[in-house]
Design a binder for this molecule. Sequence first.
Ligand code: UDP
Ligand code: MG
Length: 325
Amino acid sequence: MLKETNVSLLSLVVPFLNERDTVQQFAAFGAKLKAEVKQRHQLDLELVLVDDGSRDDSIERYSAALEGEWRIVELSRNFGKEIALFAGIEESRGDYVMMVDADLQHPYDVCLEMIDALMADPQLDVVYTIRDDRRDESMRKAVLGEMFYWLINARQRFNIPPNAGDFRIMRRSAVDALLKVRDKRRFNKGLYAWLGFRQKAIHYTPDERVAGATKWSKLALLTLSLEGITSFTAIPLRIASIFGLLVGLGGIIYGLHIIVTALLYGADVPGYPSLMSAITVLGGFNLALLGLLGEYIWVAVGEVKDRPLYLVRRLHHSDKKENNG
Ligand code: UDP
Ligand code: MG
């Protein structure tokens, strides 16, 4: 983090997975930003890229195209964007750390706006962005999104802002705080909010990808949402317990009713429909509950195993030597 001069350093942390087609544009983006932050804020810029298990020649292309000071942390396989970002942040040395995607969906002007905002106010620790457009998203997805944020935000001491992503700039104090959080399952959006600090939001509309396709499948999004829920709220468990209690109470009352009726008027032939419906309702509910419990236990198991968050295969850097990581 400390440099010989007292010029401050800005680290640009960029995770990538098979982004060979966006390399040239990204290198140009980096070079332009480097010149501009130097001129505007006397900041040096270092690029810290993380190869999240790419199967193409992205690394070679970046090595050839990037200018100035850069490092590429090559992970041993695909660990997912959230963990790749963590690896990059750990590798970064900047007094400020900014995270952007490799596909240039994060507009250059918004990057500058964030840097300006942070530089202008010494009281601010973090400037983050809120994605504004829901153009290409269906109603159903928007409604699910609302429900999701309601659920993870209910009764928390901190609020997770909807549509705020990893695209943000943080002061070193906040970065170090984030590095202290050793959660294995990393739901970044939640962690950023959990940190606290003085944060400011900027609204923006993402650009189209310059090339390639999104790496998020529906299943990956669902998994991420579940991670958000299981690592930030116990409300589903609580709802399930309360519901279970109510159903149990109902069962007891109904049972008493049968016993009393039998004592007063003699035994009835038990009704097949009511029996069957009770079995299916309770059985189904039990299974759902078990699945839910399983989700939480799975998270707990992951934390207990205490494996490293990620493994580095190699560290590549701008003076063309290669270290074994
Ligand atoms: N990415 C990654 N690991 C993954 C998936 C994605 O490092 O497992 C990178 C990807 O190369 C890009 C950024 O994360 O730089 C955002 O991914 P993408 O553009 O696919 O997501 P979207 O913009 O569609 O949300
Ligand atoms: Mg993208």
